[in-house]
Ligand binder design. Structure first.
Ligand code: FES
Length: 132
């Protein structure tokens, strides 16, 4: 299939290592453009927000093995079939719908970019995240 407009090309499928996630930045400082792509055990691909649901750590720094993604922050493990933490399913990665187009690109439907916020609000958001 060719990628319709709502799909964003993330990376070439051939660039995604077998047991290492690939981190891609598409929108500069906008967090919604931070994408982590992993290979699935069935040969498919999954794109997700490159941010652990626990802290602001990039999941692309983790390890993929046996259908699980291990976060480099505190080693939580996420099931790549649904994004849920293996031992606490309430914690879940933010998966994006993912496909591979005819040209071999991994494509995802990304959320709309986050609205711009002022410096004060941005600093407060960062402080709240650290307090989580
Ligand atoms: S930051 Fe991912 S497990 Fe803590």
């Amino acid at each position: 299939m060719s990628a319709p407009e709502e799909w964003t090309r993330i990376c070439l499928a051939s660039d995604v290592p077998v047991e290492t996630p690939l981190g891609v930045e598409l929108r500069g400082a906008d967090e919604t453009g931070r994408v982590c792509v992993v290979r699935l055990p069935d040969g498919g691909f999954q794109a997700m927000l490159d941010r652990c649901p626990h802290r602001d750590i990039r999941l692309s720094g983790g390890v993929v093995r046996d259908g699980l993604l291990t976060c480099p922050g505190h080693f939580w493990r996420f099931d790549l079939s649904d994004g849920h933490r293996t031992d606490e399913p309430a914690q879940v990665c933010t998966f994006h719908p993912t496909t591979v187009d005819d040209d071999g690109w991994v494509c995802a439907r990304l959320p709309e970019p986050a609205p711009a916020v002022g410096m004060r609000e941005w600093l407060l958001q960062q402080a709240r995240r650290r307090a989580d």
